[in-house]
Design a protein around this ligand. Structure first.
Ligand code: FAD
Ligand code: SF4
Length: 480
């Protein structure tokens, strides 16, 4: 089909799929961005000017073939677009929804320079959602090799590893301690960013492909690592990073001071109607809520509290507005939904009365530059202030927590607890125990879904070679 007018991008502005207005979306836990129809997807995809030097592909951690699948969508060739999209990404419908596109693919789009970037994430999501709806499934045509791999963790890293293994004739058996797959996609990220049906659909597709899931099973207590090593040809660990970072100030253990993930998981279980195992539901209706931190997790807590009907939600960050760690898109969504932000404030204590938190004490901060050009944050003298609070949510991030069985299984970790795995081989992502591979947050530290997918795929390449099945080079897996 002939290309549309090369100046199409001037006549057709960047247009996201319909987004629910803030006043309505805060009343529900549904995804806030809708879906293109076929014509809208084609119109938006056609805005790509095929600039010849696709910076978008380079900024995308899995190096998706973006201009190529945009062209296929423009031409209405949906199944071919889905096939191509899955060549580089095992979970494109998730990444299309929750990648911070503004600092990855879309941030690098040539049109971002004044014309509005191509809506890459929304088109990526459209391709897989729509192709699945119309019956398309990823191709699995490799001869079974007779090899079996145990995958610990059904998060993005484990799922991506399993996806590549099954497509290359290796049987993955994925173990997870939770009752559903997805890792933080299911038990962390709220449904207004990613509805859980999307994860359920991916599970059904992977099961059809032949991936086996063994859920409600914790490695280390229900099944030992030693047993996995005896029963399987190799093991992949994609166990994430779950040790919450604390502020180290007085009052953090008060009953109405909540760790972010406990708060989010309790709410997801409530919304989905799942049995409350582990942390219970924390209802912040009518409460004055203070959220400490300003990454993706903090934004999710802010927006969850708003939807629960909090009286007010104030998010406090020790740096300035320009140094937010999370996605700008989520910051904008939070502001639209009524979250108040206080920048350049460092919490120094939770204020206590009658055994409960009643406020947070802060010092103002400023950014200073050392002689060697390094910036650091310093507290401003005599700048103490207190904000009243009925509940405090602490969202300072997560660090890896090595399991006590690592040592006995010769798994070496960095000083900060991250598992040591070799990104460049000789077998990609192999740990210090040759039979064990690892990837995702437990290797990188808390990061992104798309980087966990990258490392899960990289590890699968290493495992396939380790099993003597030959060296494969997956598209998009270039080492940077
Ligand atoms: P996880 O997703 O953590 O999966 C690990 C899995 O291993 C879990 O299912 C766990 O149950 C299982 N497991 C652990 N130990 C065992 C064991 N011993 N036995 C059996 N199973 C075990 N990233 C984005 O790109 N965009 C976002 O918008 C975004 N928002 C986020 C919001 C929140 C609240 C959080 C916490 C993170 C967010 N992230 C986001 C980060 C992203 O979710 C993670 O980087 C990603 O999920 C890491 O994938 P993973 O597979 O390494 O680990
Ligand atoms: Fe962009 Fe993420 Fe998709 Fe890559 S995976 S094209 S960075 S949305």
């Amino acid at each position: 089909m002939a290309r549309k007018d090369p100046l199409h991008f001037l006549n057709v502005p960047r247009q996201m799929p319909r987004t629910t207005p803030a006043s309505l979306r805060i009343q529900e836990f549904k995804e806030i961005t809708g879906q293109y129809d076929r014509d809208q997807a084609s119109e938006q995809a056609a805005r790509c000017i095929d600039c010849g030097n696709p910076y978008c592909e380079w900024e995308c951690p899995v190096h998706n073939y973006i201009p190529h699948w945009l062209r296929l969508v423009e031409d209405g060739r949906l199944f071919e677009a889905a096939e191509l999209s899955h060549k580089t990404n095992s979970l494109p419908e998730m990444c299309g929804r929750i990648c911070p596109q503004d600092r990855l693919c879309e941030g690098a789009c040539t049109l971002n320079d004044g014309y509005g970037a191509v809506t890459i994430g929304s088109v990526e999501k459209y391709i897989t959602d729509e192709a699945f709806k119309q019956g398309w499934r990823p191709t699995v045509d490799a001869e079974p090799s007779g090899k079996q791999v145990a995958v610990i963790g059904a998060g993005p890293a484990g799922l991506a590893c399993a996806d590549v293994l099954i497509r290359h004739g290796v049987q993955p058996v994925v173990f997870d301690r939770y009752a559903e797959i997805g890792g933080l996609l299911t038990f962390g990220i709220p449904p207004f960013k990613l509805e859980k049906d999307v994860v359920r659909t991916r599970r059904a597709v992977m099961e059809e492909m032949g991936v086996q899931f063994v859920l409600n099973t914790e490695i280390g207590s229900d099944v030992s690592m030693e047993k996995l090593l005896a029963d399987y040809d190799a093991v992949f660990m994609g166990m994430g990073t779950y040790q919450a970072v604390t502020g180290g100030f007085p009052g953090e253990s008060l009953p109405n001071v909540h760790p972010a993930l406990d708060y989010l998981i309790g709410n997801i279980r409530q919304v989905e109607g799942w049995a409350q195992q582990g942390p219970g539901y924390i209802d912040l209706k009518d409460k004055r809520v203070v959220v400490l931190g300003a990454g993706d997790t903090a934004m999710d807590c802010n927006r969850t509290a708003i939807r629960q009907g909090a009286a007010s939600v104030t998010c406090v960050h020790r740096r300035g507005e320009g140094q937010l760690r999370g996605s700008r898109k989520e910051y904008k969504n939070a502001r639209e939904e009524g979250v108040k932000f206080l920048f350049n404030r460092q919490p120094v204590a939770i204020v206590e009365a009658d055994g409960k938190a009643v406020g947070v004490r802060f010092m103002r901060t400023r950014l200073t530059t050392d002689g060697d050009g390094q910036t650091r944050i310093e507290q401003v003298e005599d700048s103490e202030e207190v904000i009243d609070a009925d509940a405090v949510v602490v969202a300072f991030g997560f660090r890896p927590q090595p399991a006590e069985w690592f040592k006995a299984n010769r798994i070496t970790v960095h000083e900060d607890g991250r598992v040591l795995a070799a990104p460049r081989g000789p077998f990609y992502m192999q740990t210090s125990n040759p039979q064990i591979f690892a990837g995702g947050d437990m290797v990188r530290g808390a990061d992104l879904v798309v980087t966990a997918v990258y490392e899960g795929r990289q590890a699968a390449m290493g495992i396939i070679e380790y099993l003597g099945l030959g060296r494969i080079e997956l598209p998009g897996q270039q080492l940077d």
